[in-house]
Design a protein around this ligand. Structure first.
Ligand code: FES
Length: 93
């Protein structure tokens, strides 16, 4: 899905896998978490921002490490996607 080196520690990146928009967040050298980029408010495409994920439609903000809502109108966190690190690659689990 992406190379580990494409997502430095503390950074996030948007990728597409099988037509699904996915947000990757590297929380530690050996840890990557992923979330659906579909906003839980009305379905717009959430994008990586400055240390968080931001929805361009109505301004919802989500924590890059957990997907938790930082600011509405969204009330539910981003849906997590299971990923693992396999050698030099980040892969959907
Ligand atoms: Fe994301 Fe409304 S669809 S804030």
């Amino acid at each position: 899905m992406a190379a580990l080196t494409d997502v430095p520690v503390g950074a996030a990146r948007a990728v597409t896998k099988d037509g699904h928009d996915i947000l990757l967040s590297r929380t530690a050298s050996d840890t990557v978490v992923a979330f659906s980029a579909v906003c839980t408010h009305q379905g717009c495409k959430v994008a990586p921002g400055d240390g968080e994920f931001d929805c361009p439609c109505h301004g919802s903000r989500f924590a890059a490490a957990t997907g938790a809502v930082l600011g509405g109108p969204a009330r539910r966190p981003l849906n997590p996607i299971a990923v693992t690190i396999s050698g030099p690659d980040i892969v959907v689990a």
